[in-house]
Write a protein that binds this ligand. Structure first.
Ligand code: ASP
Length: 439
């Protein structure tokens, strides 16, 4: 068995966390390839090293004195070295990075040093080889990830190494300069490494025991999701549930490698499994609930809309011409509703409305703002009868007015639109009926 293990910033925020990480790795000899983030926050008032690096580089690029911010970064690493009793020194590395900052080597280079330095320390502490991601993870000139080159080089490189640390978050352009993924991107590196070595499992260690059925800021102590499919997760992640970087699914999904989200501070918890498909029924009919506020609906009415060929295309043309992507499009015989992000739409609102008028001559266009969308997601809904009925009766009992309903043909999700102010109540009502009532 081969396992790739990624540890997030909070799992490596200081010497005490490093000790937990080492214990976890040594407990299972299959944990052979380790992907670290940069040190994260040790408490709520602390700073992430990545943020300090952005700050220091910002100062350097404006020719300001960045020594104070940089000293804070050095202290973070030196405390880890001291706390673990390591012999290694990063002084030469710090010197080089400071010089590079003065030469303005780039913001991505600056940010990437957090993972780079943490990787050196972790490799030393574990007695694993250190593989600089710059030499094995590649981007094309246009900034897109170069999967073909990466998988080939990374596979060949790791084939000859039994145990290695590969820092997360960055790689290099064809000219050798550094490029990072978007924030939280070490999750993607872990997934890429897992695919390259054809791992049996990609373990992603963080500070929560996996995914919750609903947002803990709305539901106190929600149930955990034991198993979720990639597709279910995509739906939930898109609607705001965040534990894993959205793009981390793609590399492993192709190979069907499962992801196990685990808690470094509670290693005994089984966490959540993300899998390609499963015959295992979820504990509840629904797998998860997520949602977001801040949408608008544009309702268009026209008599005999249903028989007018090309009507829908012309409406969507108005949105496309103004570079607005739409989220959902429920429709009736003579009505069509387009749901869009409010902040994206509002400034172009009048332009879009006049274009719809010009292209389709509707009877009316009515805009409603301050809507929230809630996604109720679950592979179990396909086989269960009356799921939507139960959702709507729960919402009616909670006095929530349903503005829109959209069920995808995959029957994997039901999207419900409500007023922003009803958002929390609606989530509680749905959670109560499907989870609390089933316990
Ligand atoms: N350290 C980077 C960040 O803070 C990447 C990561 O942690 O995944 O975004």
């Amino acid at each position: 068995m081969k396992k790739v293990v990624k540890f997030g910033g909070s799992s490596l925020s200081g010497a005490e966390q490093f000790k937990k990480v080492k214990e976890i790795i040594e407990l299972d000899k299959d944990r052979r390839y380790v992907v670290p983030s940069a040190p994260g926050k040790r408490n709520s008032k602390d700073s992430k090293v990545t943020d300090l690096l952005y700050k220091a580089y910002g100062e350097a690029s404006e020719d300001k004195d960045f020594s104070e911010t940089f000293a804070e970064i050095e202290t973070r690493y030196n405390e880890i070295i001291k706390g673990l009793g390591l012999k290694v020194s990063l002084d030469d590395e710090f010197r080089k990075i400071r010089d590079d900052f003065k030469k303005k080597t780039g913001e991505d280079y600056a940010a990437s040093r957090g993972e780079y330095l943490n990787g050196i320390l972790l490799a030393d502490y574990l007695g694993y080889a250190f593989v600089d991601s710059k030499e094995v993870i590649f981007f094309k000139e246009d900034g897109n990830f170069d999967s073909a080159k990466t998988y080939e080089v990374l596979h060949d490189r790791l084939e000859g190494i039994e145990r290695a640390v590969i820092p997360g978050f960055y790689g290099s352009y064809p000219d050798g300069s550094i490029k990072t993924f978007s924030r939280g991107g070490s999750d993607i590196t872990g997934s890429i490494v897992a695919r390259s070595v054809k791992a049996d499992v990609y373990e992603n260690w963080t500070d929560v025991s996996g995914f919750f059925v609903a947002d803990p800021r709305i539901i106190t102590d929600p149930e955990n999701i034991e198993m979720i499919t990639y597709s279910e997760l995509r739906e939930l992640a898109y609607m705001g549930a965040s534990v894993l970087h959205e793009d981390a699914i793609f590399p492993v999904r192709r190979e069907g490698i499962p992801i196990n989200i685990r808690n470094t501070n509670k290693p005994e918890d089984k966490g959540s499994w993300i899998v390609q498909s499963t015959g295992q029924k979820s504990k509840f009919i629904i797998t998860g609930i997520a949602g977001k506020k801040g949408f608008c609906s544009v309702n268009i009415e026209k008599d005999k809309m249903n028989s007018e060929v090309g009507f829908g295309r012309r409406v969507l043309q108005a949105f496309e011409d103004n570079e607005i992507s739409f989220e959902h499009m429920p429709s009736g015989i003579d009505t069509m509703t387009i749901i869009v992000h409010q902040d994206e739409f509002i400034e172009k609102e009048q332009r879009v409305v006049s274009e719809i008028n010009r292209l389709t001559h509707p009877d009316s266009i009515d805009i409603e703002s301050d809507l929230a969308l809630i996604a109720v997601v679950g592979r179990g809904m396909k086989a269960a009868k009356g799921t939507s009925g139960r959702i709507f009766s729960a919402l009616a009992h909670a006095n929530v007015n349903v503005k829109m309903i959209d069920q995808g043909s995959s029957e994997l999700n039901i999207i419900i639109g409500v007023k922003n102010e009803d958002f929390e109540n609606a989530i509680r009502a749905i959670y109560n009926i499907f989870v609390l009532a089933q316990l």
